[in-house]
Ligand binder design. Structure first.
Ligand code: AMP
Length: 198
């Protein structure tokens, strides 16, 4: 059973087109508060990030925001956070969020969310961390990405063992349940396999 004291959530700085994105961000926020799991996120007061953080805080939960001085000067910081960590660069920000997290959840988002997701997924596939990564596929938003993963596997540019790292689900409660019992693939084995095949 993994300890999930802090979960880092990556999500849109926009709210998106579907009400279900907002609704599921609220469901996730309530669940984190109920389960006493601290939210770690980008610290902003915009989009799904704002909805998520406010739901956590309004339900008695804790939210830690990690944001750059630059963005904070643009008045993009969420008020009332349990803790606010200011850093100098976006790189430091991602590193700090990842360091604080025991696991990651990706809600619908755009390019920033994808960058964060791919960074933690890449480091997981290299065996740098064994933390669970959940992709909340709300309203089929990530279907195209999951199909692309299948294509990468078909073209032998992505290993099934690494595809298995991504927990994709459309239910926030279920994704957290799976994250508790997630066991990372052992890096040594597939590295030996790649070397043998090359
Ligand atoms: P996007 O998916 O492009 O809307 O970007 C959202 C992701 O990038 C979030 O998970 C944040 O960590 C980060 N991000 C984007 N905009 C901001 C912002 N104004 N303040 C803090 N983080 C942001």
């Amino acid at each position: 059973m993994n300890k999930l004291k802090n979960i880092c959530v990556y999500c849109g700085s926009n709210v998106g087109n579907h009400n279900s994105f907002k609704q599921k961000a609220e469901v996730l926020g309530k669940l984190l508060a109920e389960k006493k799991i601290t939210l770690v996120y980008g610290g902003a007061n915009v989009g799904l990030m704002k909805i998520l953080a406010e739901t956590v805080l309004n339900n008695g939960g804790k939210a830690i925001g990690v944001i750059t001085h630059f963005l904070s000067e643009k008045h993009l910081v969420q008020q009332g956070l349990s803790e606010l960590i200011l850093v100098n660069t976006m790189q430091e920000r991602k590193a700090k969020m990842a360091e604080l997290a025991d696991g990651f959840i990706v809600l619908p988002g755009g390019i920033g969310t994808m960058e964060e997701f791919f960074e933690v997924l890449t480091s997981a596939q290299l065996g740098f961390h064994e933390k669970p990564i959940g992709l909340l596929n709300i309203n089929g938003y990530y279907d195209l990405l999951l199909n692309f993963f299948d294509n990468m596997i078909k073209e032998k540019l992505f290993l099934p063992v690494h595809r298995s790292i991504v927990i994709s689900e459309n239910n926030p409660e279920k994704i957290i349940e799976i994250m508790y019992s997630y066991k990372a693939p052992k890096a040594g084995k597939w590295i030996e396999k790649i070397i043998a095949e090359n």
